[in-house]
Design a protein around this ligand. Structure first.
Ligand code: SAH
Ligand code: SF4
Length: 401
């Protein structure tokens, strides 16, 4: 099967739920990728290739350490593994990152990378530096099937799930670029003293439609013996895939963000079509049941500010009412709409956003307005769509179709 037939076209406005979606084909060079594998999976791969059980176990432990604690991608640099074995390993196994097609820096310091999978699919990753933290915005899929009407990613024609290697690989690539691997002799300090301190699963794709790969990748990112980032510094954002939310809390346990964006069925049905499948009541009940949410670890409700669509005082009051009715430990993140060519909406005025925020805040719920970052390089929320896709589209438009 060629790579292209393994891709899923967008099936309609409402995607049918967590169906299995095509993943990556094997590498063209036949080598097995080790990034994204647990220590146990590395052991099994080594044993499959013919290493004695005891050797496989020892080598898995050493290789794991080199990959995740030192950022090494060349077997020849693994000094505690016999030189004679380096070639044997390199013939059979790969330790890679996604390919970098292009790296851009915004005038506000935000960085965006256009990346490519080994089978040629492009996706994006963003790094947002702040005074006291640095947040990496990681993609979970190439494109997205959910077609939210205000989101550029949702207009991408093809979708493929990213593999654990490609998800963990984004974090490793960011560490490469920021020069943040511990030096020999240094311990792995997790986030301490680093530029990359936080991760948000808010890049391209719906993470809960690629649950197993996202879970396996984040387990490695959180493993104290792996990349060592605390679950408190990781946030998973979902547009509301209700049946997967409890499982996410139990099996991943990171902070939850929910893309609510509207408080009435009519408006949410229009802007987040998944709402026709899982309505607001169901979604908020799932939030109330989310394992690990409490007043110290609140659920973030994301709310994109769309002019004359979802931004009235009545909307703000209804938002407060819903949060209180479901007794949700919540904070609200107001996101000014980031425009893209052809989008059907406009951003609310700054006065409207302030008034909305004020109503929510006066009800005792934190409601900061998110400052758009990296808009000049199309790196802001909802602007991610690869250049190749943008170009294809403009070619079609120019051809007058
Ligand atoms: N698919 C997931 C995570 C990725 S999107 C989700 O939808 O939650 C990250 C956030 O950016 C979501 O809250 C999303 O709704 C928001 N977003 C999408 N397009 C946007 C745009 N054009 N302007 C502002 N925010 C946008
Ligand atoms: Fe997909 Fe999230 Fe964009 Fe909706 S907002 S289309 S779920 S990436």
């Amino acid at each position: 099967m060629s790579a292209d037939t393994a891709l899923m076209p967008i099936p309609g406005t409402v995607d049918p739920v967590p169906v299995h979606r095509a993943g990556a084909p094997p590498r063209a060079d036949g080598r097995v990728e080790l990034v994204g594998k647990s220590k146990e999976a590395i052991r099994a791969a080594l044993a499959d290739a013919g290493l004695e059980p005891k050797q496989a176990k020892l080598r898995a432990k050493q290789i794991w350490h080199w990959i995740y604690n030192r950022g090494v991608s060349d077997f020849a640099a693994m000094t505690d593994i016999a030189k004679a074995q380096h070639g044997w390993l390199a013939e059979r196994f790969a330790i890679t990152r996604p390919d970098v097609v292009e790296a851009q820096v915004s005038n506000d310091g935000t960085r965006k990378w256009l990346l490519k999978t080994h089978d040629g699919h492009e996706f994006e990753m963003v790094f947002i530096p702040d005074a006291d933290r640095g947040t990496l915005c990681v993609s979970s899929q190439v494109g997205c099937t959910l077609n939210c009407r205000f989101c550029h990613t949702g207009t991408m024609a093809l979708v493929r799930n990213l593999e654990p290697a490609e998800i963990v690989g984004q974090v490793m690539l960011a560490r490469d670029a920021l020069g943040e691997w511990p030096k020999p002799g240094e311990e792995n300090h997790g986030a301490e003293g680093r530029m990359l301190t936080n991760i948000v699963m808010m890049g391209m794709g719906e993470p809960l439609y690629n649950f197993d790969n996202v879970r396996d990748a984040l387990k490695i990112v959180m493993d104290g013996d792996g990349l060592g980032l605390s679950k408190r510094r990781i946030t998973l954002s979902t547009s509301g895939v209700v049946p997967m939310m409890e499982k996410a809390g139990e099996e991943i346990g990171v902070n939850l963000a929910v893309s609510l964006h509207a408080v009435t069925k009519e408006v949410r049905d229009e802007i987040v079509p998944l709402n026709r499948k899982y309505g607001i009541e169901e979604l908020l009940s799932a939030c109330a049941a989310y394992p690990g949410a409490n007043n110290a670890r609140r659920i973030t409700f994301e709310y994109v500010m769309l002019k004359d669509k979802n931004d009235s005082d009545a909307d703000a009051r209804e938002l407060v009412r819903l949060i209180k009715a479901y007794k949700l430990p919540a904070k609200v993140n107001l996101i000014p709409f980031n425009p893209w060519p052809g989008a059907a909406y406009e951003c609310s005025t700054p006065e409207r956003i302030r008034a909305f925020s004020g109503i929510v805040f006066d009800a005792g719920i934190s409601a900061p307005v998110r400052t758009p970052r990296g808009r000049d390089i199309d790196a802001a929320c909802g602007q991610l769509k690869t250049a190749a896709e943008k170009k294809r589209r403009s070619e079609v438009l120019n051809a007058g179709e």
